[in-house]
Design a binder for this molecule. Structure first.
Ligand code: PLP
Length: 379
């Protein structure tokens, strides 16, 4: 059997990206964000490689079930897992899961903190607090800093395992975007308040990809111990095109499919659902990928490349197939059964695709469904 479509994941490129992050942020520990199946790249193989080959010891998930999967499937390895958003601490049965599987919930409201402080079993459990410094999503209110410090002291907790904040505009200039400036200032003030109150901050972090690329929140320029990269692990920069990045990422994935059928068309011939007319004489290649693979209808109109020819996704993307229109010069050159690369090798292809479709790489990666097998390669 031949594959329909597959995502080839190059672990050497992943290794290069980690090397780059270490170079940009010397002295920082890396907390790898592997939520949403490692941004579509496969959480278990990525985390296993990061641990066994690259010495990464901390990972970030979004949900408790992702964290449980990571712990269960990599049970033989020692590492820390954080659950960042859907921690479900209000469900009593989850306390046991956190405790027994050594999973750290990221606390982002006072009632969750109260629960941890008042539950005897959590007495010696690491406390991780996330402050909302301006993103206005999840997070403790900076106005409650003093209240929170008092609560910790009342329960004889003199240290916080990890204090976290997250930026809303990391792809914009850290030095000039007003919300970035405000968030940075607030986080510094919160850290200072904790320390001045005698609470030890064992770990602190504020930097996701865009922030790391701008060299902000690193041990050498402040006092943060950790960085929390997500997107950059997988290659793309998250800075806007005109900004300068310190990061030379390599795209980790190549999305391959193959050509099911090729046929010539005349101007006005119609193709696919809704009968879209061809703009001129040319060639149609039918790709073995569609929205049933997570390859959206919204990609219609984007350009794809094959054997030096530029094609365009024409008409409606079907569940299992996509029509690509090529110029007539490609007749007898583009052939059925050839492997067709949608993105890969050069990062430019993916970024161009994202620019054209106005869909961010985060979403393009995460959209790919399990029907597209992930295949792992080392050079
Ligand atoms: C709390 C937190 N830290 C880090 C990241 C990683 O962000 P990025 O993928 O932009 O590096 C995320 C992702 O959304 C996040 O929610």
């Amino acid at each position: 059997m031949r594959f329909r479509s597959r995502l080839v994941v190059n672990l050497d490129h992943f290794k290069n990206n980690i090397k780059q992050i270490r170079k940009i942020s010397p002295g920082a520990q890396i907390l790898c964000m592997v939520k949403a199946d490692a941004y579509g790249h496969g959480m278990i193989p990525i985390a296993r490689y990061a641990m066994t080959e690259l010495g990464i010891k901390e990972f970030g998930c979004a949900t408790l079930s992702e964290a449980v999967k990571l712990r269960e499937e990599l049970n033989e390895l020692e590492f820390d897992i954080y659950v960042f958003s859907d921690i479900q601490l209000e469900l009593l049965e989850n306390a046991d899961i956190y405790l027994k599987r050594r999973i750290i919930p990221v606390i982002s409201n006072v009632s969750e903190l109260d629960y941890i402080l008042h539950t005897t079993e959590f007495k010696y459990f690491p406390i991780c607090l996330k402050f909302n410094t301006g993103m206005n999503r999840l997070g403790l209110d900076p106005k409650d800093t003093s209240l929170i410090v008092n609560k910790l002291k009342q329960h004889h907790r003199t240290s916080v395992h990890h204090l976290i904040s997250h930026y809303a505009n990391a792809s914009s200039e850290m030095e000039s975007h007003p919300v970035n400036i405000l968030q940075r200032k607030r986080f510094s003030e919160i850290k200072k308040f904790f320390r001045d109150s005698g609470i030890t901050l064992e770990r602190t972090s504020q930097s996701n990809s865009g922030t790391i690329e701008q060299k902000v929140g690193l041990p050498e320029e402040g006092d943060d111990t950790h960085v929390r990269p997500g997107l950059m692990l997988y290659g793309p920069s998250s800075l806007s095109a005109e900004m300068k990045s310190a990061f030379l990422g390599q795209l980790v994935s190549t999305l391959e499919t193959y050509i099911l059928r090729v046929f010539e068309v005349n101007k006005g011939d119609v193709v696919g659902y809704n009968s879209t007319p061809c703009p001129e004489d040319g060639v149609i290649a039918i790709l073995a990928i569609g929205y049933g693979d997570g390859f959206f209808n919204r990609y219609s109109g984007a350009h794809l490349y094959h054997k030096g020819f530029e094609g365009v996704i024409i008409g409606r993307v079907s569940m299992d197939m996509t029509h690509v229109f090529f110029p007539k010069e490609s007749v007898n050159v583009i052939k059925a059964h050839e492997i067709f690369t949608i993105w890969g090798q050069q990062e430019g292809d993916l970024l161009k695709f994202c620019n054209e479709t106005k869909i961010i790489p985060y979403e393009v990666f995460c959209a790919l469904l399990p029907r597209v097998p992930r295949v792992y390669r080392l050079n």
